[in-house]
Design a protein around this ligand. Structure first.
Ligand code: SF4
Length: 736
C-alpha cells in the first residue's frame, strides 16, 4: 500500500471494549504517532495509557513474516494447501465435528464473519468458539434469557445521564479507563451523581465511589435477589411496567423473598446496614445504570448474576430510558462484533439462533451453503477437552494464545501438543501456542489491516490500515478465504476486500428481518469500497445519515430512542466525519422485547453459596487485569513506558492473612492451587478482603519465570453460558 505521510488515518484502538477512536500518522522519517480522535463518539479525543502507547508496540520485532510448516519457512501455496487438505481428510474420515476453530475478540468483524461462515455453513459443524467466551458469554446468555436477544439496552451517554451508577465486578478505572474518565467528568459537572462499587477488592475505581461494597466472591446473586425482595417489600416497584412488559415476576419475587436481609448479609459478607443503605439508594433513584464486567461474567454463576441485575431493572421499569438500564461492558475490542456474526459455538450469524430451524434455513439459503450446523458446537472449555480426548483431530487457532489465557492452561497446552494437526494464524512468531503448531500463518496486525469493530455500546467503527503489510503477512479474512477456496468453496468466498465482506454481513443482517431481530445494519449492504473507507462510527441498528431506512422504521414496532430525543448534552457534539450529529440508539424504549410475546422475562433465582475452599486450599484467588498491560502482553510488553507502571507479577493479600502465613510486603511467595503454582511478589494491602488473594493475569513465562497465572485457574464453567469461573479458584500461599 501507498503511505501518505501527510495524512492522519482514523482508526480504532485494538485493546478494550470502549472502542476509542485513534488518529494515526506516519512522519516523513517513518515514525508513527497516535492521538485520540476528537470526533469519535466513544472517546472524544481521550486515550488511556495503553492507547497512547500504541505507536511503541508496532515494530516488527518477533513478527511472524512468512508461513511456516513445522518451524521451516514455506510458501503460502504449500501452507494453505496443507491446511485445506488436512481439514478435508479429517472431515471425510471422522466427520465435520472432528475439526474446530478457536478464534478471538481481536479479530475484525470481517475475519470473524468468514471464519463463522466457513465452519457453520460449509464444513457443517458449529465447532467455532472464541476467547470472547472467557470475557462476556454470561452477559450474552443473560440477555437472551431476559430479552429474547443478545441486546445491550443502553449507551455510553446513559452513564453520563444517570443519577446513580452501580459498578459491579468492574475495575473500570483500569480496565475501561476512558469510560471511567467520561463518568468522572460527568460527576464533576453533576456532583449529585452517586456511584456505588460492588467488588471484593477496593480497586482504583473506588476512588470515585460514594460507597464500596466489599462483597464476598460470588455474592452477587444474593445481593441482587435481596434487592429485588427489598424493592417488593418497600413498594419501590413499577407495577404498570411489570404488567405491560414482563413475564415471570411473581415467581422471581417469590424466590427472592426466601432470603431475608440477614441471609443476604451472610451470603454477601456485607453488613445489614450496608445493604439497607445501598438498597434504599437504588430504590429511590430513578435514573440508575448498573454497569457490570468480568467480576460478574467470569463465574460459575455468571448468567444468574446477569439476570439478578436485569431483574431489578425490569422490576423498576428502568430500562430503555435515558440514564437507566443494565449495561455490560465487554473486555475485548471486538467481542461485540463476534457476537454480531455468530462467532460463538451456540450462535448463528446476524444474531440468529442455531437452535431455531427457521434461522438455520434462512442463513443457509442466504449463504447458498451446502450444509448448516444443526446443533451448537463445543464451547471453549469443552473444545479443549475434546482436543485432549481425541475427539477433535484438527484445530485452527486464530489471533489468540490459549496456552496462556485459557483456564487450567497447563492441561490446554498438553491437549494442543497432542492434537494431530494444529494451525495457528498470528502476528507473532513465538507465542506459547504457536510453538506447538504444525502450520503457522502470518497475519497482518493493527495498523496493517482494514475492517470494523463493535464496541460495548454497539457502535461499529472502522479499523484502517496505515502501514504496509510486512513480509508475507496477510489479513485473516484473506487466509480464511484461501483455505475455503482450496476446500472447494471458492464461489462463496470470492470477496476480494474487507468492504465486500462487510457488505455481505450487512445484507445478511437485514435479510428477511422485518424487526424480528435486534441486529440490522442492512442499510449498508450496498456499501462500496469508497463509502466503506469513509464509514463513520455508527450505532446499530441506526442507519448512517442519508442511507435508506430499514423495515422497523418504515412502520415496524418502534424499538429504540435516539439521542436526539433526549438532551444528553446541552450542545450536541458534531461528528465531523459525517457532518452530522452522532446517532445513538437505546433499545427497549417502548418496552417491546424480542421474545415471542414481546415481553421480557424475569428469571427466578435462589442464591446458593458455593464454597470451594478446603483445609488444603483455604483462600480464594481472584484474577484480573492491571492498568497498563493487555492480555498476555504480546504487544504492551514491548513498551518500556507501560511496563514502568507495574513491572512484575504480584499477589495482593490482606495484612491479617499475610501475618497468618508469615509473609511480608515485597516477599516472593508461592501461590498454589490444585492445578499448579506461580512465584510472585507480595503486596500486603487492606484493599484486599481477608480470605482472598488477587493476582493479575498478564505475565507468561516469556516475561516472568514461573508467572503463568492461568495454569492455576480451573476449567469450571457457568452451566448456561459456558464461561469459565476465572474469578474464583481455591488457593494457598506460602513464603518462597
Ligand atoms: Fe484503547 Fe480502551 Fe484505552 Fe480506549 S480505554 S484507549 S479503547 S484501551
Amino acid at each position: 500500500m501507498e503511505i501518505d505521510a501527510a495524512r492522519e488515518v482514523r482508526t480504532t484502538c485494538p485493546y478494550c471494549g470502549v472502542g476509542c477512536g485513534v488518529l494515526a500518522k506516519i512522519a516523513a522519517d517513518g515514525q508513527v504517532s497516535v492521538r485520540g480522535d476528537p470526533d469519535h463518539p466513544a472517546n472524544f479525543g481521550r486515550l488511556c495509557s495503553k492507547g497512547s502507547a500504541l505507536a511503541e508496540t508496532i515494530d516488527l520485532d518477533g513478527r511472524l513474516l512468512h508461513p511456516q510448516i513445522h518451524d521451516r519457512p514455506a510458501g503460502w501455496n504449500e501452507a494453505l494447501d496443507l491446511v485445506a487438505s488436512t481439514f478435508q481428510h479429517t472431515i471425510a474420515e471422522h466427520g465435520p465435528d472432528a475439526v474446530a476453530f478457536y478464534v478471538s475478540g481481536q479479530l475484525l468483524t470481517e475475519d470473524y464473519y468468514l471464519a463463522n461462515k466457513l465452519m457453520k455453513g460449509f464444513i457443517g459443524s458449529a465447532n467455532i468458539d472464541t476467547n470472547s467466551r472467557l470475557c462476556m458469554a454470561s452477559s450474552v446468555a443473560g440477555h437472551r434469557r431476559a430479552f429474547g436477544s443478545d441486546t445491550v439496552p443502553g449507551t455510553y451517554e446513559d452513564l453520563e445521564l444517570a443519577d446513580l451508577i452501580v459498578l459491579v465486578g468492574s475495575n473500570l478505572a483500569w480496565c475501561h479507563p476512558v469510560l471511567y474518565q467520561r463518568i468522572a467528568a460527568a460527576r464533576e459537572k453533576r456532583p449529585e451523581m452517586k456511584i456505588v462499587l460492588v467488588d471484593p477488592r477496593r480497586t482504583m475505581t473506588s476512588d470515585i465511589a460514594d460507597m464500596h461494597l466489599a462483597i464476598a466472591p460470588d455474592g452477587d446473586v444474593a445481593l441482587f435477589t435481596g434487592l429485588l425482595a427489598w424493592l417488593g417489600q418497600y413498594n419501590a416497584l413499577d407495577p404498570a411496567y411489570i404488567t405491560a412488559h414482563t413475564a415471570g415476576f411473581g415467581q422471581a419475587l417469590f424466590a427472592a423473598s426466601t432470603l431475608d436481609l440477614a441471609g443476604v448479609a451472610a451470603a454477601t459478607g456485607l453488613s445489614e446496614d450496608e445493604l439497607s443503605r445501598f438498597y434504599s439508594l437504588f430504590a429511590r433513584t430513578e435514573k440508575t445504570v448498573t454497569v457490570y464486567s468480568q467480576g460478574v461474567n467470569q463465574s460459575s454463576q455468571g448468567t444468574d448474576k446477569v439476570n439478578a441485575i436485569i431483574n431489578c431493572h425490569l422490576a423498576t421499569g428502568r430500562i430503555g430510558k435515558p440514564g437507566a438500564g443494565p449495561f455490560s461492558v465487554t473486555g475485548q475490542p471486538n467481542a461485540m462484533g463476534g457476537r454480531e456474526v455468530g462467532g460463538m459455538a451456540n450462535m448463528l450469524a446476524a444474531h440468529m439462533e442455531i437452535e431455531n430451524p427457521g434461522h438455520r434455513e434462512r442463513v443457509q439459503r442466504f449463504w447458498k451453503a451446502p450444509a448448516i450446523a444443526g446443533k451448537p458446537g463445543l464451547k471453549a472449555v469443552e473444545m479443549f477437552k475434546a482436543v485432549a480426548d481425541g475427539r477433535i483431530k484438527a484445530m485452527w487457532i486464530m489471533a489468540t494464545n490459549p496456552v496462556d489465557s485459557m483456564p487450567d492452561a497447563g492441561a490446554v497446552e498438553a491437549a494442543i501438543k497432542a492434537c494431530p494437526f494444529v494451525v495457528v494464524s498470528d502476528v507473532l512468531a513465538k507465542t506459547d501456542t504457536i510453538r506447538h503448531a504444525h502450520v503457522g500463518l502470518p497475519a497482518t496486525a493493527w495498523g496493517e489491516k482494514d475492517g470494523t469493530v463493535t464496541n460495548s455500546e454497539r457502535r461499529i467503527s472502522r479499523q484502517r490500515a496505515f502501514l504496509p503489510a510486512p513480509g508475507e503477512a496477510r489479513p485473516d479474512w484473506w487466509i480464511i478465504a484461501e483455505v475455503a477456496r482450496r476446500m472447494g468453496f471458492g464461489e462463496a468466498f470470492a470477496r476480494e476486500s474487507a468492504a465486500g465482506i462487510f457488505a455481505e454481513h450487512a445484507a445478511l443482517s437485514g435479510f428477511e428481518n422485518d424487526g424480528e431481530r435486534d441486529f440490522d445494519i442492512g442499510a449498508y449492504a450496498a456499501i462500496d469500497v469508497e463509502d466503506y473507507e469513509g464509514l463513520a462510527p455508527f450505532h446499530w441498528p441506526a442507519p448512517s445519515p442519508g442511507t435508506p431506512l430499514r423495515p422497523a422504521e418504515r412502520g415496524g414496532h418502534a424499538r429504540r430512542q435516539s439521542e436526539n430525543d433526549v438532551q444528553a448534552d446541552p450542545q450536541p457534539r458534531k461528528n465531523t466525519q459525517s457532518g452530522h450529529a452522532p446517532i445513538t440508539t437505546r433499545f427497549f424504549a417502548d418496552g417491546n422485547f424480542y421474545t415471542p410475546d414481546r415481553k421480557a422475562r424475569f428469571i427466578a433465582l435462589r442464591p446458593t453459596v458455593e464454597t470451594r475452599i478446603t483445609a488444603a486450599f483455604p483462600l480464594v484467588l481472584n484474577t484480573g487485569r492491571i492498568r497498563d498491560h493487555w492480555h498476555t502482553m504480546t504487544r504492551t510488553g514491548k513498551s518500556p513506558r507501560l511496563s514502568q507502571h507495574i513491572a512484575e507479577p504480584f499477589v495482593e493479600i490482606h495484612p491479617e492473612d499475610a501475618q497468618r502465613y508469615g509473609i511480608g510486603d515485597a516477599d516472593i511467595a508461592r501461590v498454589w492451587t490444585p492445578r499448579g503454582e506461580v512465584l510472585v511478589r507480595v503486596l500486603v494491602t487492606t484493599r484486599q478482603r481477608p480470605g482472598s488473594l488477587f493476582a493479575p493475569m498478564h505475565w507468561t513465562d516469556q516475561f516472568a519465570a514461573r508467572g503463568r497465572l492461568d495454569t492455576l485457574t480451573a476449567s469450571l464453567a457457568d452451566p448456561v453460558s459456558g464461561q469459565p469461573a476465572l474469578k474464583h479458584v481455591a488457593a494457598r500461599i506460602e513464603k518462597f
